[in-house]
Structure formats: C-alpha cells, structure tokens
Design a binder for this molecule. Structure first.
Ligand SMILES: NC(=O)c1ccc[n+]([C@@H]2O[C@H](COP(=O)([O-])OP(=O)(O)OC[C@H]3O[C@@H](n4cnc5c(N)ncnc54)[C@H](O)[C@@H]3O)[C@@H](O)[C@H]2O)c1
Length: 356
C-alpha cells in the first residue's frame, strides 16, 4: 500500500525522471501547485546538470531507482521516451509514489495494463499527460456538452498540426520508426484520440489515410482518421507535420448548437453557436463567446494531478484513458495498412504488430 499521507499541512515532494523537452512544464506545474520539486533524474549527465542549475533543483540522480529509494517522494513525473514508461511506473508504484506519466502510456496494451494494475495494487494514483483535457477551452466545452448546451453530439473535428517550429528537419528522436515508433498519427494523434473520447465517448471503429508528403522520413507526416463513435456520432481526426506554424483546434457539432475553438484566434475564446433568434440566416447565428483565460494546459494538468493525489478531485486522465487512446492509435495504423475500416475490438495490441 502507499505510505504517503497527504494532508494539506505538509508540502508534497516531487521528482521528475527525464528532464528533456517536456519536463520543464512539469516543474512549472508543480511549483504553481505549491509542490516542492526536490530531485530530478536523467541518464544524460550534461542535461541533468544544466536543468538542475536552470531550475534550481538540489538533488540529481542518473538512476531513477536510487531517486525513488532515497528522495522520499510523494509524486513523480515520468517524462522519458515511451519505451521506459513501463519499468519506471512499476518502480514508482513499488516505492509507493504517485505517478504522472507522459503520453503515450505505452505502445503495448499489455504493458499499459500492467502499469495500471501495479498502481492500483500499490494504492497510488496513475495519471497520463494528455493535457488537452485540462486546457481551458476543452474544460469549458466539456462542461457545456455535459450541460446539454449543444444537444446530442453528432460530429467532432479535431486538429493538431505543426511544422517543427520552422526547423529544416524533423527532430531526430521523432524521425525514425526505431526512435519515434510512429509519426504524427502517434505523436499528435494520441492526444486527439484521447480528446475524442473525452468529448464524445467510446469509439466503435476507425478508417485512416496517411502519407509522407514533406519530410524525407520513413514515418507518416500527414494523417486523417475517420471515426465512428459508439453513440453513432462521427469524427475526423487531423494531424500533420506539414502545416505552417502551429495549429490546435476543435469543432463539435450537436443537434442544438456547436462549439469551436482554435489557437489561431487572437483571443482565448470558445465560440458557442446556436439558433434562438427566429430571423437568423445561413451565415448568421446566435453566438456566445465563452472566455477561458487562465493557466497553460500543462500547468493546469499537473495541478489537477496534485489535486487528485490530495483527494480533492477525480483523476483527470486515468491509466485506462491513456490505454484507450493508444488502442485507437493502434486501430488507426491497422486501418491505414489494411486500407479498410478497423473495429477497436480488433486492434493490434502493440505498435510493432500494427506496423508489421
Ligand atoms: N504532453 C505533451 O504535450 C508532450 C510533449 C512532448 C513530449 N511528450 C512526451 O514526453 C515524453 C518525453 O518527451 P520529450 O520530448 O521531453 O523527450 P526528450 O528526448 O526531449 O527528453 C527525454 C529525456 O529522458 C531522458 N531519459 C531517457 N531514458 C531515461 C531513463 N531510463 N531514465 C532517466 N532519464 C531518461 C533522456 O536523456 C532525455 O533527456 C515522451 O513520452 C513524449 O511523447 C509529451
């Protein structure tokens, strides 16, 4: 069983394993939530030293087992490459430490299941880093959908697209099947698979088209997944490394209204369209602009994790949610290779099987 009593009088102690690109957001999130980041770990000594200095972290480790044994952590973020999420989560569970694991949970559904079961057995929280769930626009949209503001959802269109920030090559760790596992369908798509389930519900089947159109890489840089939800609603999941700039957006249509958000809007606003006035036209509808300014999604997600550990709210994205997002990705790859619709119940159980 977990040994960490979490009461509001004691500040929680956090560790971070893997201090590359995304780890910074975890450190920011813990600090915003009033948690002390007491130790960090990385297998690269130069990166470790650089981050310890930049973030003013007192203790560093090259070995996560030692950090878990010595640092008296309450919570740990796992922000290492996906192949390491499984062993590090199992070790954290064994040490009685609550886990915030980056996405995707694992590229193997059986390993994801073991991670969930290990945390359950140890009585520790497992949350997955699909931070879009905590984004202000998504939280507002989810609230409006739950309140029935747009009626029954009929269609959802989700988009995440970028061009690697204008680099002249795909970042090396993402560019090959060996290091990245998959292309944009995996890297960006797993966030949107989770978002689709979060906003609309479980998925029955998927149909995928994907292509490599811009970069000289062996992985897809463009993908389009057509989704049928168990509710009967349809969806379109669009991912690309061939956009210009950075676009993240969703559109949700329902029987009584629609919701629209894109980061290309100047203002952080969720647009809620509906028809109440009798004299509106095709182009003009009633519109409510819903504000959601606040902290960045990653910071909100880490805060949500801390609040779940403290028993103040449910886990925002469970291990099970992370597993189902990966199942959708695997079914989507199966579909792309087979050239036909694939039911989630028939999905491959590992990415290597899906891409065999
Ligand atoms: N939620 C998001 O929006 C988001 C964004 C980017 C990355 N990610 C995810 O976060 C994870 C890390 O991605 P990144 O872009 O930060 O990668 P990165 O390569 O920049 O950093 C990973 C770090 O982990 C270290 N590492 C590798 N194996 C280790 C081990 N066994 N023990 C300790 N350290 C180890 C590496 O040395 C490296 O410094 C991936 O799962 C990725 O998909 C999520």
């Amino acid at each position: 069983m977990a040994t960490n009593p979490h009461n509001s009088e004691r500040r929680l102690r956090a560790g971070v394993v893997g201090v590359g690109g995304i780890a910074r957001e975890h450190v920011k999130g813990y600090r915003a939530a009033g948690v002390d980041v007491v130790a960090i770990c990385d297998i690269d000594p130069a990166v470790l030293e650089d981050r310890a200095n930049a973030w003013d972290i007192p203790t560093t480790y090259l070995d996560y087992e030692r950090m878990l044994a010595e640092s008296e952590l309450d919570v740990v973020s796992i922000s290492t490459p996906v192949s390491t999420h499984h062993p590090i989560t199992l070790a954290a569970a064994k040490a009685g430490v609550h886990v915030l694991c980056e996405k995707p949970i694992s590229l193997d559904l059986e390993k994801a299941r073991e991670m969930i079961e290990a945390c359950d057995r140890a009585g520790v929280t497992l949350m997955i880093g699909h931070q879009l769930r905590s984004a202000g626009a998504v939280a507002k949209a989810k609230q409006l959908i739950n309140e029935g503001a747009i009626g029954d959802v009929t269609f959802v269109r989700l988009r995440q697209a970028h061009d690697w920030g204008g680099l002249d090559a795909v970042r090396p760790s993402f560019a090959t099947r060996e290091s990245g596992g998959g292309g944009t369908l995996l890297d960006n798509g797993c966030h949107l698979m989770d978002l689709a389930r979060h906003l609309v519900g479980d998925v029955e089947n998927v149909y995928t088209r994907m292509a490599t159109l811009r970069w000289p890489i062996e992985l897809e840089d463009t993908s389009l997944v057509s989704v049928r939800f168990k509710s009967g609603a349809l969806g379109s999941i669009e991912n690309s490394w061939t956009a210009t700039g950075w676009e993240e957006a969703f559109w949700v249509y329902g029987t009584r209204g629609s919701l629209e958000w894109t980061n290309r809007h100047q203002e952080p606003v969720l647009v809620h369209s509906f028809r109440e006035s009798p004299a509106t036209t095709w182009a003009e509808t009633d519109v409510a602009r819903v504000d959601f300014a606040g902290e960045a999604p990653h910071v909100r997600h880490v805060r949500a994790f801390v609040e779940a550990v403290q028993g103040q709210r449910d886990v925002a994205c469970t291990g099970e949610d992370g597993l189902e997002a990966v199942r959708m990705v695997l079914a989507a790859y199966d579909s792309a290779h087979a050239g036909r619709e694939v039911a989630l119940s028939d999905a491959s159980v590992t990415l290597s099987e899906a891409n065999a």
